[in-house]
Every structure is written in C-alpha cells, then in structure tokens.
Design a protein around this ligand. Sequence first.
Ligand code: SAH
Ligand code: SF4
Ligand code: F3S
Length: 477
Amino acid sequence: MTKKLYIETVGCQMNMLDSEMVVAALRRQGYELTHSTDDADTLLFNTCSVRQHAEDKTYSALGRLRMAKQENPQKVIGVMGCMAQKDQKTIFHRAPYVDLVVGPGQLHQIPELIEQIRRQPGTQLTALSLDRKGSNVDDIKRSHETFDPLRDPTMRPTPFQAYLRIQIGCDKFCTYCIVPMTRGPEQGRPPAQIIDEARVLADQGCKEITLLGQTVNSYRHEDGGKTTRLSDLLLSLHDIPGLERLKFVTNYPKDMTDDLLQAIRDLPKVSHYLHVPAQSGSDDVLKRMKRGYTVGDYDEMMSRIRETLPEVAVSSDFIVGFCGETEEEFQLTVEMVERHRFKNSFIFKYSERPGTIASKLRPDDVPEDVKKRRNNDLLAVQNRISEEDNQPFLGRKVRILVEGPSKLSVKQQNDSSDLLQLTGRTMCDRIVVFEGNRRLIGELIDVAVVDYTPFTLFGSVVTNHVQGIEPPAPILS
Ligand code: SAH
Ligand code: SF4
Ligand code: F3S
C-alpha cells in the first residue's frame, strides 16, 4: 500500500529547500504526496521561529489535528525545522500527540525515525542539534550540517528553478534574531559539492539557481590555504551548460565587497538584483540590534553598488518598533527608504524571541498600535517608491524567465486552455504578468511592458507584429 505524506512549510527559502529534500527522501521509500490531512498517514510541519506569528500558525495547525490523531492513532505527526530546534520537548507538552521532533540538521534521519515509530507506536522521538554552548565547536557544527544531495525536480515550485544551499547557519547574532540558535554556526559548504550539485540541477533541466545563505555574501570556504568567496563560486557556476540565471540571497551589508559587485557586472548570467536588509535607518537602533554597521556604512555600500551596477535593483528588510525605537529613530528609517529608493522592502513589526540577546536585555516596549502604524507608514512610502520605480519600464522590452500561470490563473483553475495569464521575472527580479501560451513556461522570452503597479509589470509578448512599440526599445534587464 502506498503511504501518503502531507507536508506544510512556513519560513524562508531554507525551509522550502529542506522540505524538498525530505519529500525526495520519503518518495524514495514509496510515499506519495497528498494535500489532505485526512488522507495522510504521515504529517510533517516544517516550521519557522523568526517571529511569534510563524510559531502560532504551526501550533494552531497542530491543534486542529488533535481529534484526527485520537481517531487514527497510527497517523504519524512530525514537527521539523527551526521551531523544533528551538522548542524541543516543549512541543510534546503543548501537543502531546506529536510523535516526532526533528531539527534542521537531522532531517536525513526522518525516514528511519518514522519507521521506528511505526514499529513501536506511541513512542515519541527527538533528533536535534547540539546547543551552541557547552560542546566542542566541531561537534556543534557537525550536528547542524544539512543534507543536500537528493534533488527531486517534481518537488520544486518549477522544475527549471532551484535553490542551492551554499552556507549553513549564521554567526552574526543580531540581538533580535533566533536564527543563529536554530541553524547553528556559520559554515560554507565545500565549493566542489556546490558545483556538483549545480551540475545535477542543470542536467535535470534547471535554468535558474538561487544560492542560499543567511548572509550569503559572507560565504567563505578555506581548503589547503585557498579561500573561495561568493564571487569565485559565481565564476565557477557561470560556465555550467544549461544554466541561464544565477541569483543569491540574503546579503549582509558589511560583506558587500567590490569583487562581488564586479562579478555581478562581468558575468552576464548573474541576476541584477541584490537583497541587502538594512533593518533600520538609525545608528542607535542599529547599535541596539548589534548589526555591525552604521547608516554611513550602508550609504557608502549603496554608492558603491550604484557606481558599479547602475541598473541593479536593490531590496531591503526593515524591523519597526524594535526595543526603545523613538519616533525620531523611526523617521530616520523612512528617510533611508526615501534616500535609497529600494525596489521593494519587507517590513516586519518587532517580535520578541525568547533566547535572543534583546529578549534578555531590553524590554519590548513599543506598543502594538505604534508598531502597526509605523509598519503601515513605511509600507506606504515604499509602495509609492516601488510604483515610481516601475514607471520607466513602460513601453520597454524586458527579458523574462516564464515561471508559470499567474496567481489569477491559478485561482480561476484555468487548466484547459492553452492561452492563459502567465507570470515571469526579469533579471532584476521584477514580476511581469502577461497573456501567453502555456508552452512558454520555462522559456526566456521578451515582453513589452504596457502597464504597471507598485508590485507588477504587465506586458505583452513581443512578436514581429506587436504594434505601437516602434522602434524596438533596448532590453533593460
Ligand atoms: N539572514 C537574513 C534574514 C533572516 S530573517 C538577514 O540577515 O538579512 C528575515 C528577516 O526577518 C530579517 O531580515 C528581519 O528583518 C526579520 N526578523 C528577524 N528577526 C525578527 C524579529 N525578532 N522580529 C521581527 N522581524 C524579524
Ligand atoms: Fe539573523 Fe542577523 Fe543572522 Fe540575519 S544576519 S540570520 S538577521 S542573526
Ligand atoms: Fe524561519 Fe528558520 Fe528560516 S527561523 S526564517 S525558517 S532559518
């Protein structure tokens, strides 16, 4: 009998990739995916602890399974990922019917652990990484290593796009952030492993690879006196036949070195898009966050980016309402967004995370309604800038990788017709929506931009017969 697996994933791209690996491993054991929790005999939750909200979502999803497990005790329920590492056995106290708690460094053990539970129903198993204190550093590092070689193209959002992890963990210890605790020490994967994996992906028909790391541009690997940096990796990956685009996230401002900017400029397959979270426009707040740079350092980095890569799109993350944030400090963040005109920004209300330095040292003292208002105000500024930023694209031709049906097509379940609304992305990560034939999915094509909103460009496929866009406009990105 085939075994049915239900998996729910929240959190960042690391988690998407981890879920892909776990599903690939379980498929090899004969599992089939299901979208229904009723059908499933194994249910896995890949979790995130970065904000309280992400944890609440998982605990309420688990709460909904209480009855199902009572009626069907043979169902195996597993919690994996960052919240598993952070909460550990607390998960069994809050949801006693959970069978399995597995940290991000132990995901390769999941098939065996599930089998063990099936053999001995009622046992509760944990597999977790070592705490960052109290053990030998090498042992801690090893316990956080991820497993990456299993690649299953059917599990990716599209078979022609893939994530590839180049770095594990984080050593920056920003005071608000839980990630260094859940993902462990920073470790660069060996370049040979990364290149081999990229070749496997290209052989599977993958055209676009996004390299992943919490601070991806801090990537370093030392071997026999030779240091490999992100710029070196990009150069090696660039020649792999079949690959058309290389992206990388997330960047750390302090490590945006000139060799990397020059590699982006000189290597045509490297995306003209940099996600470099600033977090705040106030020096005092950055200090309280222990981000390791000043506003002046960030501004200087932006000038170097704009000088070397005038066409590049830059996006950022901001936290509003961090401990003690005054109205003046918040206004400095608004000014920073105005000054650097990010393509887009992800804005978050500060969420206190137990176990972080900020939670121990500073009260979470900005009231919720103030956080909410600052979030809305900053978003309004950013949205206006995003819209203004999209305006010059009007009437231009852009090259996009067609990713699939647009959100609207998916909602309308437009499965029958060949002509449908599709979506793709430019080299600078702008989303383009257009009408086209299903067979364009996975292709790199040119589209003329006919309209725009802050978040989306609308286009029409460029053929020899397109009216009104004469003479042909230069390809922007
Ligand atoms: N490693 C990446 C991002 C990790 S988490 C980096 O350093 O840029 C993604 C984003 O979540 C962060 O950039 C930050 O803006 C936000 N974030 C992290 N911890 C948070 C917290 N406790 N409350 C609110 N937002 C948080
Ligand atoms: Fe968290 Fe800072 Fe590391 Fe990013 S760099 S994962 S925000 S500790
Ligand atoms: Fe969340 Fe872990 Fe990613 S805490 S943001 S899933 S690294």
